[in-house]
Design a protein around this ligand. Structure first.
Ligand code: IPD
Ligand code: CA
Ligand code: CA
Length: 265
C-alpha cells in the first residue's frame, strides 16, 4: 500500500509539533545545572536527552500506538515496521553540556523502509527544518535549496568526529586534513543533524562524516534531498541510515568531494 501526499504532510506536521515541544524542554534546561552521565569514555548523556526522548516517544505512542520507534536513548523496539520513527532527542549533546548553543531535536519517519518525512528543530534560533518526500524542504515557512557552489576552493564544508576518534583505525583525521587543504574552510559544529539542515539551506556547501548513527541523519536525509542535495556513501554508493559514512552536497560538488576523499584526484 502506498501513502498519499496528504497523509505524509499530516505526519510531518505532527512531527514538527512534537519536535518543537521537545525543543522547548531542551531550551528550558540549557545552561542550567543538570545531571550528565557517560555512555562511554567521552560520550555524554544529560538528563535533558532523556526528558526530550520521553516526551517525543509518549506523544507518538498516544497518537500512533502501532508505529515503531528507534531512538538513541533506547526507547522502542527499533525493529523494521510499516511506520518507524527514527529519533535523536538531542543532537549535539557535547555542545549542550557546555552551553555551546548548537544542538537540535531530530525526528524522521520511515514508511516500508523508505525515509518519507523529516523534522529538525533548533530551539536556539527557533528554526524548524521540515520536509515530506516529493513536497520540497522548508525552513519555517520558506522553501530552501542547497547551494550551487561548484568550486571546492570556494566551498564551506562541515564534518564531525565520532566519539571513538581517539581509538578507531578509521578516524576522519586524514580526510579532514585533505579537505582543509582543498576547500575554502571546514567547520566542526557538533550536531550532524544541523550540519545537514544548514547544507539544505545553502549555509554549508558540502558535508561528510564517518560512523554516524541512524538517528543523526534520518530526518535530515529527507530535508537535504528535498532541497536538491545528493547523499551517498563516501565512495558514491547509495546511502542508508545504517551506512558507516556519508557524503553530501549539490551533485557537482559532491562528485568533486568524492574524488578528493577517495584519493581519486
Ligand atoms: C553526535 C553529533 C556530532 C557527531 C557525532 C554524533 P550526539 O550526536 O551529531 O556532530 O559528530 O558523531 O554522535 O551524541 O550529540 O547525539
Ligand atoms: Ca546524534
Ligand atoms: Ca543524541
Amino acid at each position: 500500500m502506498s501513502i498519499s501526499k496528504k497523509q505524509t504532510r499530516e505526519l510531518v506536521d505532527f512531527a514538527a509539533d512534537v519536535a518543537m515541544g521537545a525543543g522547548e524542554i531542551l531550551k528550558s534546561g540549557f545552561n542550567r545545572n543538570f545531571r550528565v552521565e557517560y555512555k562511554g569514555r567521552i560520550d555524554p548523556v544529560t538528563e535533558y536527552d532523556l526528558k526530550s526522548e520521553r516526551y517525543i516517544v509518549s506523544r507518538i505512542a498516544k497518537e500512533y500506538p502501532r508505529h515503531v520507534v528507534l531512538a538513541e536513548e533506547g526507547s522502542g523496539s527499533g525493529e523494521q515496521a510499516e511506520f518507524r520513527w527514527v529519533i535523536d532527542p538531542l543532537d549535539g549533546t557535547v555542545d549542550y553540556a557546555h552551553g555551546f548553543p548548537v544542538y537540535c531535536v531530530s525526528i524522521g519517519l520511515e514508511y516500508n523502509g523508505e525515509m518519507i518525512a523529516g523534522t529538525v528543530y533548533d530551539p536556539e534560533r527557533d528554526e524548524l527544518f521540515h520536509a515530506a518526500r516529493h513536497q520540497g524542504a522548508f525552513l519555517n515557512k520558506t522553501r530552501i535549496a542547497v547551494s550551487k557552489e561548484r568550486v571546492l576552493e570556494r566551498a564551506l564544508l562541515a564534518t564531525g568526529f565520532a566519539y571513538n576518534v581517539a581509538t578507531a583505525k578509521r578516524n576522519n583525521l586524514g580526510l579532514f586534513a585533505r579537505m582543509v587543504k582543498n576547500a575554502q574552510a571546514v567547520r566542526r559544529l557538533g550536531s550532524a543533524a544541523l550540519d545537514l539542515c544548514w547544507l539544505a539551506a545553502g549555509r554549508i556547501d558540502g558535508f561528510w562524516e564517518l560512523y554516524l548513527h541512524p538517528w543523526d541523519t534520518a530526518a535530515s536525509w529527507v530535508i537535504v534531498e528535498e532541497a536538491g542535495g545528493e547523499i551517498t556513501r563516501l565512495n558514491g554508493r547509495p546511502y542508508s541510515i545504517f551506512a558507516p559514512d556519508i557524503l553530501t552536497a549539490n551533485p557537482k560538488l559532491r562528485r568533486i568531494m568524492q574524488e578528493v576523499l577517495t584519493g581519486a584526484q
